[in-house]
Design a protein around this ligand. Structure first.
Ligand SMILES: Nc1ncnc2c1ncn2[C@@H]1O[C@H](COP(=O)(O)OP(=O)(O)OP(=O)(O)O)[C@@H](O)[C@H]1O
Ligand SMILES: [Mg+2]
Length: 261
C-alpha cells in the first residue's frame, strides 16, 4: 500500500531519506565513526504537518527495498514505557532497547521512531516533573548513547519527532544533530491537488467549492491536516457542492483559520 500523500515536504523527505541512506551505507561507516556522526534525526514542527506520516512513508519504502530480513521499523512514543513504578519503567526501557539491539545484531537496518517525544522526554529542569520522569529520561539517554556507540554492521537510526521542541530536555536536544523543520507551506496548487485526491472523479462538480476553499484560507496559514479534514467532511458526509460551500461559510471554530485575504 502506498504511503499517505504529503504536500510541501519534498525537500525534507529527500534530505531525511539521504540521511538514512548515509547512516546505513557500509562504505561510509569508517567516516561516520571517525567523525562521530550521530545516527539521530530530529523532526519538529506544528501539529498536523506530516511528521508521523513522513516517517511511516519512509519506513514503508525501506521495508519494500530491504524487506523484513534487512529492515526493521519500531515506533514508540516512549510515554507508554513510563510507569509510576520506577522499577517497571526501567525494565520497560531495557526491553525496548534490548529488542532494538537484537534486531541490529541480526544485521537489519533498524529505524526507531520516537514519536511525540515531548510526552516523555520533557525537560528535567522544569521542577514540576517527578523524580520518576527525571530517572526515566536519564536512563533513556544512557540507553541511547549505548545504541549510538555500539559497533554494529548497520547503526540503528533514531528519529525523534515533536511539536514542542522547547520542552525537550536539553540533553536530548543535544544528541539530535540532523534537524528538519516541518512547516509545509501549501500553495494554491497543493490545495487543488489535495482536493482532487479526496474528491476524485467528482472534482469537476466541485470546482466552485475548491476555489472558495482557496480564497477563504491562506495556504500559508493553514496546515495540510486542516485542509484534509475539511475535504474529508465533504467526502464522508457526501455534501453537494453548494452545501459544501455553505459549510465553509459557517464560522468553524474547530479550525478557526478563516481569514480575510
Ligand atoms: N504535508 C501534508 N500533506 C498532506 N497531508 C498532510 C500533511 N501533513 C499532514 N497531513 C494530513 O494530516 C494527518 C496528520 O498528519 P501527521 O499525523 O503526520 O501530523 P504530525 O505532524 O505527526 O502531527 P502531530 O504533531 O500532531 O503528531 C495525516 O493523516 C494527513 O492526512
Ligand atoms: Mg505525529
Amino acid at each position: 500500500m502506498p504511503g499517505a500523500m504529503l504536500y510541501g515536504l519534498d525537500s525534507q523527505e529527500d534530505s531525511i531519506r539521504k540521511t538514512l541512506q548515509f547512516m546505513w551505507d557500509s562504505g561510509k561507516k569508517d567516516t561516520r565513526i571517525k567523525l562521530g556522526i550521530q545516527p539521530t534525526i530530529l523532526i519538529y514542527g506544528p501539529p498536523g504537518t506530516g511528521k508521523t506520516s513522513l516517517v511511516e512513508n519512509l519506513a514503508k519504502e525501506f521495508n519494500s527495498e530491504y524487506n523484513a530480513e534487512g529492515f526493521h521499523f519500531v515506533k514508540s512514543n516512549l510515554n507508554s514505557l513510563l510507569s509510576h513504578d520506577l522499577g517497571r519503567s526501567s525494565k520497560n526501557l531495557d526491553k525496548f532497547f534490548d529488542d532494538i539491539f537484537k534486531k541490529a545484531r541480526q544485521q537489519k537496518r533498524v529505524l526507531v521512531h520516537l514519536d511525540d517525544a515531548e510526552s516523555a522526554l520533557t525537560s528535567r529542569m522544569g521542577g514540576s516533573e517527578s523524580k520518576g520522569v527525571f530517572r526515566f529520561v536519564t536512563t533513556a539517554l544512557g540507553k541511547l548513547d549505548d545504541l549510538i556507540g555500539a559497533d554494529l554492521m548497520y547503526s540503528p537510526v533514531i528519529v525523534l519527532s515533536t511539536n514542542m521542541i522547547k520542552v525537550l530536555d536539553p540533553a536530548v536536544d543535544r544528541r539530535f544533530t540532523h534537524r528538519f523543520r516541518f512547516d509545509p507551506t501549501l500553495s494554491e496548487e497543493h490545495i487543488r491537488e489535495m482536493s482532487t485526491h479526496y474528491l476524485a472523479d467528482s472534482i469537476d462538480e466541485y470546482s466552485d467549492f475548491v476555489e472558495a476553499l482557496i480564497s477563504r484560507y491562506d495556504p500559508k496559514q493553514v496546515t495540510p491536516h486542516q485542509i484534509c479534514r475539511i475535504l474529508e467532511v465533504v467526502l464522508v458526509q457526501g455534501l453537494a457542492p453548494d452545501d459544501a460551500i455553505l459549510q465553509l461559510d459557517k464560522e468553524n471554530p474547530h479550525y478557526g483559520m478563516i481569514i480575510e485575504k
